[in-house]
Design a binder for this molecule. Structure first.
Ligand code: GLV
Length: 355
């Protein structure tokens, strides 16, 4: 990577040259990112960062994008036609997240705006967290912790105290067997589980490498002890897990979701849990985030919840921030950003050196 603010010689007359500076491109970053990435961004760009912990209101984003060449948002910032309409200089949106359902890709591509994300680095971290939710809900870890602290543990050891469900040798059903689904299945193999999966894309590696069995969606819901959801949010996956599918599940089965909240119909899930149609759920994502306290799912003992933190390890978040910077620098150096997700944009705005 070359240093920016490169001095250039301007020929004023036959004899006189003066030194001018190419101004650094401007970038607006919608939250304080981990240092490792933010320091690179600050070195190469004229950088403004939204200083608060809470997201900037949309009208702030609209105001800020008016003058910038690049935007570095998070998944909670809606980046749509309204934002793009205000952004006459915007050339690239470099998002910190693998999911990009918050960005209108079609509108970006139409306007020649590059969009990048941060895949792969978070695969194992996210799969680990799906497992943390699964283990926690099946073995009642959170309930048990509260029980001890609330001084409800009065009788020592008792054979029927806090019984949960076995994870080992149970059947897990993976919906969406992409990178994260595969990593969740790989961990299931270590627990001697039977692995089922459903995907619209053939995933021969699931069968070949993990001995998983491809099944229809209904069969997956019927046969699994744990259903774990790993699809992106799209028109086709909105409320993919609905009342009808939950009704197919065993009364002893659990639902795990750390993909996107709207993939699961929250009302239907609450009903299924409340009526004992399924045994429990582990949720890192919600239809509305932050999940409001009056979300009835938060009232249920058999639901383990987290605030959308599946990729939140120090190592992974640092690397994600670094990837945000690398995608930006590549673009302005005239290289294809390593994590470009709208390659059609190359036809609308061919790459060119901007530093
Ligand atoms: C987190 O949910 C992500 O998409 O990276």
């Amino acid at each position: 990577m070359r240093k920016c603010n490169k001095p250039i010689l301007i020929k004023n007359s036959a004899k006189h040259y003066s030194v001018n500076y190419v101004p650094k491109p401007k970038v607006y970053v919608t939250r304080e990112l981990p240092e490792r990435g933010l320091n690179i961004i600050k070195k190469y760009f004229d950088t403004e960062v939204w200083p608060e912990y809470a997201p900037p209101p949309k009208k702030v984003i609209i105001e800020k994008v008016r003058n910038v060449d690049a935007l570095a948002p998070l998944l909670s910032d809606k980046i749509d036609a309204e934002v793009f309409d205000a952004a006459s200089n915007l050339k690239i949106v470099s998002q910190l997240a693998v999911g990009f359902d918050n960005i209108d890709l079609r509108e970006a591509t139409k306007r020649g705006i590059y969009v990048t994300n941060t895949p792969e680095v978070l695969t194992d971290t996210t799969a680990d967290f799906a497992w943390a939710l699964l283990m926690a809900v099946a073995r009642r870890v959170v309930e048990a912790d509260k029980y001890v602290r609330a001084e409800q543990w009065k009788v020592g050891w008792h054979p029927s105290m806090m019984q949960g469900r076995d994870v080992h040798h149970a059947t897990i059903g993976i919906i969406g067997a992409g990178r994260i689904g595969y990593a969740v299945a790989k961990r299931a193999k270590g627990f001697d589980m039977k692995i089922l999966f459903y995907d619209v894309i053939p995933r021969p590696e699931m069968e070949r490498e993990l001995g998983a069995k491809k099944v229809e969606l209904d069969a997956l819901f019927k046969e699994s002890d744990f259903v774990s959801v790993h699809v992106p949010l799209m028109k086709e996956t909105y409320h993919l897990v609905n009342a009808e599918k939950l009704n197919l599940m065993k009364k002893t089965a659990y639902l795990i979701n750390n993909s996107r909240g709207p993939v699961v119909d929250g009302k239907a899930l609450y009903q299924a849990l409340k009526e004992g149609k399924i045994a429990g759920a582990g949720l890192d994502v919600f239809e509305q985030e932050p999940a409001p306290l009056d979300n009835p799912l938060l009232k249920l003992e058999n639901v383990v919840v987290a605030p959308h933190i599946s990729s939140a390890s120090y190592e992974t978040r640092s690397r994600m921030a670094e990837m945000v910077a690398e995608n930006l620098v590549a673009f302005f150096e005239g290289r294809k950003p390593p994590n470009l997700i709208n390659p059609d944009v190359l036809k609308v705005r061919p790459l060119s050196k901007q530093f």
